[in-house]
Design a protein around this ligand. Structure first.
Ligand SMILES: [Fe+2]
Length: 297
């Protein structure tokens, strides 16, 4: 994973970027992947941070799927970092996030002053959509990440970004996973779309098909926008988990939601997205993506 541009973003949808860019996968075993930090990572030279990150990643290494998720021993500094990010996001959500997301945020009622444990978040979303989070130590192979969605499992990192760059992370972290993905898994319809992505991957595991599907995932579930009451609102998890992305989305070129076009559209996960696909409404996005995924062969 390389990151050359530092911005208030979550190219953190890095959980999918390897698939979309067709880069070599990092590891084979689902819960046993530790990503080596890139020299551009804000915490690269911070030995204490790296030790913390590895300690939290080790929870995933030791995790047995289906067993209770162990709590991550976050420090006071890490909890403060969560609060800083949430406080920056809160007004942006009210302005720029779609109604479905805001409703899910209300349902989950995430804590403001501390990082919620994956166990607690999972209990809430499982009761609503049946989805659960399971810990991973880092990036996993794209087809494993996507296929797990068919089983109602969202593979999720637990560590948090480096405190020197509260609004930036070059990799998925607990902020992106929880405030982006987990919140939306409290939507029955978004959970269904995530499951359908996993089922689509199962039906065609060829590399070109996976690459096209990963782009569709990127331009919808990660970076999708839609119109609501005459305004452009975000539903993409990479947008709603980043205050910077939520501001920058107004600079993007908006194209009508055409999933065939999206499946062919290249993207760069290391910068603000210059092109976004915009649905006419949440309902239109749901129907279009659902139909596309169901027909996927
Ligand atoms: Fe993501």
């Amino acid at each position: 994973m390389t990151t050359t541009v530092q911005h208030e973003s979550t190219p953190a949808s890095a959980d999918i970027q390897k698939a979309a860019l067709n880069l070599p996968a990092i590891t084979a075993e689902v819960h046993r992947a530790i990503v080596q930090l890139d020299p551009d990572h804000p915490g690269f030279r911070d030995q204490e941070y790296r030790a913390r990150r590895n300690a939290i990643a080790k929870i995933a290494l030791d995790y047995q799927p289906g067993s209770p998720i162990p709590d991550a021993p976050y420090t006071a500094q890490e909890h403060r970092l969560w609060r800083v990010v949430r406080e920056a996001l809160e007004p942006k959500h009210q302005q720029y996030a779609c109604a479905e997301y805001l409703e899910c945020l209300r349902r989950l009622d995430l804590p403001r002053d501390h990082i919620p444990q994956m166990r607690e978040v999972t209990a809430k979303i499982e009761a609503i959509s049946g989805f659960r989070l399971e810990p991973v130590a880092g990036l996993v192979e794209p087809h494993i990440f996507l296929e797990s969605l068919a089983n109602g499992v969202f593979l999720s990192t637990q560590y948090i970004r480096h405190h020197s760059a509260p609004f930036y992370t070059p990799e998925p972290d607990v902020v992106h996973e929880v405030i982006g993905h987990a919140v939306f898994l409290a939507s029955e319809r978004m959970a269904e779309l995530n499951r359908l992505v996993g089922e689509a991957v199962r039906r065609n595991t060829s590399a070109p098909a996976l690459e096209r599907l990963a782009r569709v995932y990127w331009f919808t579930i990660e970076f999708g926008v839609l119109r609501e009451d005459g305004a452009v609102k975000a539903y993409g998890t990479g947008l709603v988990s980043s205050a910077g992305e939520l501001e920058a989305m107004h600079e993007a070129e908006l194209r009508p939601l055409d999933l065939e076009a999206a499946s062919r559209q290249a993207f760069d996960p290391t910068r603000y997205q210059p092109i976004l696909f915009c649905a006419d409404s949440f309902e239109a996005m749901y129907q279009t993506l659902r139909d596309y995924l169901v027909r996927w062969r």
